[in-house]
Design a protein around this ligand. Structure first.
Ligand code: GN1
Ligand code: MG
Length: 379
């Protein structure tokens, strides 16, 4: 049993996990993954059926109405399961399943009022925090495209807004300005770099929201957080088999997802490096990811959608930097940190990545344009 329980003791965790155990006895609970918001554990059972499931304590400071997450998850997974039953894919594809407690609830409140839920574990699969091999790139794009494709016929209004303001860049900018007015952060080269970086991009922050409010980009369902480590790969075939972390599946723009997937997948140095010189946006990976994505997504994308892909990549990368930097200035109230300067370091990673994207604008736009004239088929 692992030592890292945050505020939960080992016995407590086993008792909570036990609420969701469909068969067998809980034998182990370990911290799991590298999420920045919720606490995640891998539960092991001595069962002849499923031997693992994922237990999570939802951060209710961030997700104020966690029951809406579960409601969305059940609607989303039900819809996709039905679609896959009617029209099976010719390859492995898994949808995480919501596990119910012994009294058929989709969550459990502990004695402290914490909100716990459990999800099935996708067996025989793994994920990566950064692109370790080019051969995964097309598969990451395919996974996001498949995810979008499978919900493209579910009306956006069927799902609730689980996190208001999520990916609305102008609201993050407004929040940043409020935090900045009150900040006591010390001046440093790094802080000054970030302050200037944001200040130079104030107007640009509105680009997707303006397109949304003018009706140029339609409201659709999105994943919200399709970063590289939310795509699961089959350990044998190395093919993408699932997109996990469904807390932010809600109405939004598919551009938030395309931007997030590319800012994460095309940054070989990963989000957590402090070696800022090593950060660059890899346009070859961008081409491969888009190829995989469009092989499944081309059926529902419009000309306007293509026109905003470059801006989405640049904006969502900038936005994440802005969110990290604002949280650093606010003394780390949103993202979990390992040290007080952690969010500052993360912000610089995203800003360096944004710079790299900006310096390769012509090339990235050409990749997108070439793909419209010759849409890919894959695999
Ligand atoms: C957060 O908790 P995690 O790691 O799944 C964040 C995402 C960021 C991501 C950056 C609800 O996701 O928006 O892109 O960190 N999730 C939320 O790693 O804010
Ligand atoms: Mg997430």
């Amino acid at each position: 049993m692992t030592e890292e329980f945050n505020t939960q003791g080992a016995e407590n965790l086993v008792a909570i996990a036990d609420q969701f155990a469909e068969s067998g006895k809980v034998t182990d609970v370990k911290t799991f993954g590298s999420g920045n918001i919720n606490d995640t554990f891998l539960v092991t059972l001595d069962s002849s059926e499923e031997q693992h499931f994922v237990l999570q304590r939802i951060n209710t400071q961030v997700f104020r109405q966690p029951q809406l997450i579960m409601q969305n998850m059940r609607i989303f997974t039900g819809h996709v399961q039905k679609r896959l039953q009617c029209t099976p894919l010719n390859r492995r594809w898994e949808v995480p399943r919501v596990l119910l407690t012994k009294d058929a609830q989709d969550h459990w409140r502990d004695a402290d009022g914490c909100f716990w839920r459990a999800i099935s574990f996708i067996g025989g699969s793994q994920s990566f925090d950064s692109m370790r091999d080019r051969s995964y790139a097309k598969e990451i794009g395919y996974a996001l495209g498949m995810f979008h494709n499978l919900i493209s016929d579910l009306p956006p209004e069927k799902l609730a807004d689980t996190l208001q303001g999520f990916h609305i860049t102008p609201l993050y900018l407004q929040h940043y300005q409020e935090v900045l007015a009150k900040t006591r952060a010390r001046q440093s080269l790094e802080v000054n770099y970030c302050l200037q970086f944001v200040s130079d991009r104030q107007t640009f922050a509105h680009i997707l929201e303006n397109a949304k409010s003018k009706g140029i980009l339609p409201l659709r369902l999105m994943h919200g957080d399709p970063k590289i480590n939310n795509v699961m790969f089959d350990t044998v075939t190395q093919q993408a088999v699932s997109v996990i972390d469904l807390d932010t599946v809600k109405p939004g723009l598919v551009h938030y997802d395309i931007g997030d997937c590319l800012r994460s997948g095309c940054n070989p140095a990963g989000e957590e490096t402090e070696n800022w010189e090593s950060i660059y946006f890899d346009t070859d990976l961008c081409q491969l990811i888009l190829k995989g994505y469009l092989s499944v997504a081309k059926v529902f994308l419009t000309e306007n959608d293509y026109a905003y892909i470059y801006d989405a990549i640049r904006l969502i990368t900038f936005e994440l930097g802005l969110r990290f930097f604002a949280d650093y200035l606010a003394e780390n109230v949103y993202f979990k940190v390992k040290h007080p300067e952690h969010n500052l370091a993360r912000a610089i990673v995203q800003f360096k990545l944004t710079e790299s994207i900006e310096s390769q604008e012509t090339q990235i736009r050409k990749i997108i344009k070439d793909m419209i004239s010759c849409p890919p088929n894959y695999p």
